[in-house]
Design a protein around this ligand. Structure first.
Ligand code: ZN
Length: 128
């Protein structure tokens, strides 16, 4: 849903004014994409903060929940004896993004979409 912050800013900006049938190659620098890589996104968390039944592996992704209830992804970087090192950076932080865009159709957002702030499925279904 264009204009609602659902699309990375650099891509959203370059979609502005496109019409059906337009094709673009879009390159988005990290600052206009998922942000620069933040070294302090690496954090050490005690092992007992993780559910015991979870088998932790390097490269594994989790949804963590902040005390405020927001969820954010984190990736297991290192398994230590007493702790786990995780990376809170978005997996695409620090990356230059390349998009091949073709505009297939454009429509107005429905009232439900406007109130939710995101697009629903192609057949008007509520797919979330
Ligand atoms: Zn919705």
């Amino acid at each position: 849903m264009h204009g609602s912050g659902q699309i990375v800013p650099g891509l959203e900006r370059s979609l502005e004014g496109l019409v059906v049938g337009d094709e673009r190659k879009v390159v988005v620098e990290p600052g206009d994409g998922y942000g620069e890589y933040q070294p302090d996104g690496l954090q050490e968390i005690p092992r007992d903060a993780f559910p015991r039944e979870v088998n932790l592996e390097i490269g594994q992704q989790f949804e963590a929940r902040s005390p405020k209830g927001e969820t954010f992804p984190m990736i297991v970087k290192e398994l230590r004896r007493e702790s786990i090192v995780v990376d809170l950076n978005h997996p695409l932080a620090g990356r230059t993004l390349h998009f091949d865009v073709r505009v297939l159709s454009i429509r107005d957002a429905t009232p439900a979409e406007l109130s939710h702030g995101h697009a629903h499925g192609p057949h008007g279904g509520h797919e979330h």
